[in-house]
Design a binder for this molecule. Sequence first.
Ligand code: FES
Ligand SMILES: [Fe+2]
Length: 495
Amino acid sequence: MDAGVRDYRTGSLKGLKAVVEESDYDRLFPKERYIGKEWLQKEYDLLWPRVWQWVCREEEIPNVGDFYEYRIGDQSFLIVREKNDKLNVFYNTCMHRGTRLVEGAHEFGGPGTFNGNKAQFDGKITCVFHGWAYDLDGELCHLPGAKDFAKGMVKREEVCLRKALIDTWEGFVFINMDMDAEPLLDYLHPAPDNLKDYNIGGMRIQRHYTTVLPCNWKYAIDQFQEGYHVWATHVMDLNNVGAVSTGPGGRRVGEKKDGNSYPPPDKVGAMTVYEQFDLHTNFWEPHWQLTTGLPPRVKLGDLSDEDYPTPREWARKAIETMVVQNRVAQYELDHFDGLEDLPLDMLGPDFMLKLRHEACAARGIDLSHLENQQMFGFPSEHRLFPNMLGPVAGNSYGLFRARPNGDDPDSMIWDIYFLFNYGDGEVPPIHYEFIPDWKDYPDDRMPPSFMQDFKTTPLFQQGMHSKGFPGHRYCSQEQNVIHTQKLLDQIIGME
Ligand code: FES
Ligand SMILES: [Fe+2]
């Protein structure tokens, strides 16, 4: 620990912050934190119990009596909607003999409801072992054989469900096991201010995928807060998953030069902007025209190639690709299909802006207050420490959550959420899906760029175990990763 820096291995994390310094580029960061079982255990002991963790969205538990089970390591929590729209969070364990009370509907947790339970247990939190039951506020309301317990062992205040802290921001529900933690909005600062223009609270989850990746959970967080890998993993597609970056709908479309030469690394990753705050980071693309899926300087009427010979076919393919990537809503594609004439003289990116504004306005979604820069692609990708991040733009939010998987530092649980704005009465039911092996997943349903990232995960993880690998060295395009590492230095230690 540097002299003068508070040791955050005890107490609350209030005041914790990291600043990236020049000397950090001269340092090797230890690989043990990605592969060591001891380090993983320290994370369970020192990190996860003291941070605000995003657990679910409010729309996943809309009714009184609904719950969401959230797991982190061997801890399970019940987020419960009580009357008057109050949310509670309880440790998911019966106060009699510790039985886990309920499980969510999906792999690794998920939503569920206490409504419809049998007889007197309807709407109650019930233990299947001996039938203790709790009200939605956690109070014990049914104690079978009460007179057989010693009086002092079943005092009301001692047998109610144990609580953690709970709060919400823009429809996201967060919990914290540290009862001394700072308030959620203080913890999230400055993200709530930075993201206030986007109607995040009004967005709704369209899809929630969960998969298991053969790597440490921090790898996934690192991957999504640096642009340095984009050139090799995505533009060049060096792992042969199937490049999309330079075709219709791709992020670098129009950037391909001289037939086979692509922009050099410093033109891709270095074009993005990296920002660090006390606890969180941001990562964004300042050239909005590059993120609309159409070439930045080409008129709509000039879009054509061998596969998509007319402007309508070419543009449609681009929009369709972006629907799969969660960068465009299905209703925007439908709106495009309903257009009789295309403004062929308009530059592609300008057309995409117009399409988005019009498709949303037709559903009562007003995006007119947003700058062009805020409408597409990656105007903001905040990483909310420690494990939540993703790009928000215009009317979409693609979100990821990374969690360790049990006691294996080489495995992680990866949640992918796609959110959109919807018109009244048009909100679709949430599609939940567990993907046991992403390699078998149809690539027209998952962005190929995700597959490209996933494919490097075992290589990265296995390679770090090599006795020939001394530790990580980072460049300025990876400064947000350094920021995360420096927070961990203070919470867990430098090794
Ligand atoms: S362990 Fe829950 S009622 Fe016995
Ligand atoms: Fe990537």
